[in-house]
Design a protein around this ligand. Structure first.
Ligand code: PLP
Length: 367
């Protein structure tokens, strides 16, 4: 093992079960886009189904088709398509697609025999979805195409901008725009089907936003959506671990790594950890982050490189091959993804989702 991500599927299933208690009357969608936030899409999708997730959600058509190719057959929504997207293939594979505008809805309608489609309304995030007059047009087109038997509308949905700030007034605003959009669709003669708005943060803080389904991403991986939105029932699923590739005693005055951005002020032991930004480790955490070693945290010294980083082991006994936990649940003194996010100046989502490159993945609890 050079560097390995240990993923605890039992914990993932347990997290999904615990999260159900927040939204007991809503269906649960496990969001597994972006390689399941770095955890590995196909094994996480399988575990999510075993854990009782009613739906899976992905962003791109390629992700949806990869899940189908891997044998997944359950309800699956995808929501980020560009012109030329393989709608026919998606529809054929029983993937529900999302229309964010009239042109997209027409392309979907033309791609299959009465395809099932969900409509996305932009309630204020100003990202995807139809906004204002575009939404009016999308509703009219959906009513026309459904009446003609060319599509079946199966859902309406939107996404919050600031669910991780429960007190932010934008949440009330977006929810009321969403309710009006649902009413507008119904008034046009289209049964809205599944209504959904909540991500993890909204699912745990905002029951009024649960509607028919909640989309669970980050919290299912055991990570709080924000330090201010703590979800005590879940635990991190992933541990990023490796071993020391080198150990050396250096004198006071020794400088470390590119740019010599850290210099030892006393004799110390340096450990070489064989992961770097090639593995998605944030270089902005240079000289700031810590890793777990022998039940303690030890500091990263100097610039994080492409393949490696250096830690200061002080006077602790250490040998090449000794285990290092870059981050994990925090049970054995190691930092968490949130600690790395704080050190790197980003969010914990990015810490796990960026994991790439030369990590292997080991799944515990595979069934
Ligand atoms: C449309 C949509 N729904 C749900 C989620 C899941 O969000 P979270 O990871 O905050 O639960 C995401 C992820 O960003 C998303 O893009």
């Amino acid at each position: 093992m050079n560097a390995d991500l240990l993923v605890d599927l039992d914990q993932y299933r347990a997290n999904l079960a615990a999260l159900r208690t927040y939204a007991p009357s809503a269906l649960q969608m496990a969001v597994v886009k972006a390689n399941a936030y770095g955890h590995g899409m196909v094994p996480m999708a399988r575990a999510a189904r075993q854990g009782g997730a009613d739906w899976l959600g992905v962003a791109t058509p390629a992700e949806a088709l990869e899940l189908r190719a891997a044998g997944d057959r359950g309800p699956l929504l995808c929501w980020l398509a560009v012109p030329g997207a393989p709608f026919a293939e998606l529809i054929d594979a029983d993937v529900e697609v999302t229309a964010s505008g009239v042109d997209q809805l027409q392309a979907i309608a033309a791609a299959g025999d009465r395809p099932r489609v969900q409509l996305k309304v932009d309630t204020g995030l100003s990202r995807n979805g139809a906004f204002g007059p575009q939404w009016d047009d999308l509703v009219a087109a959906a009513a026309r195409l459904q009446e003609a038997g060319s599509i079946e509308v199966t859902g309406i949905w939107s996404h919050f901008a600031s669910a991780d700030e429960p007190e932010n007034p934008s949440n009330d605003h977006q929810e009321s725009v969403f309710r009006a959009a649902v009413d507008q669709l119904a008034a046009a003669g289209v049964d809205p089907g599944l209504r959904h708005l909540a991500n993890s943060a909204a699912a745990v803080t905002r029951p009024s936003s649960h509607f028919d389904l909640v989309r669970m991403g980050i919290a299912a991986y055991g990570i709080d959506p924000d330090p201010a939105v703590h979800v005590p029932e879940v635990r991190p699923v992933l541990t990023a671990r490796t071993v020391l590739a080198n150990v050396k005693r250096v004198p006071a005055g020794a400088s470390v790594s590119y740019g010599w951005r850290w210099t030892a002020d006393r004799e110390t032991t340096l450990g070489l950890v064989p992961v770097g930004y090639g593995e998605g480790i944030h270089r902005t955490a240079s000289n700031r982050a810590e890793v777990g070693f022998d039940g303690n945290r030890v500091p990263v010294r100097g610039t994080i490189c492409m393949d490696q980083l250096v830690v200061d082991l002080g006077d602790q006994p250490a040998r090449i091959g000794d285990p290092v936990t870059v981050f994990g649940p925090g049970d054995d003194g190691e930092p968490t993804a949130q600690d790395w996010a704080d050190a790197a100046g980003t969010i914990a989502y990015e810490i796990v989702t960026r994991l790439a490159g030369r990590w292997s993945r080991t799944y515990r609890g595979e069934r």
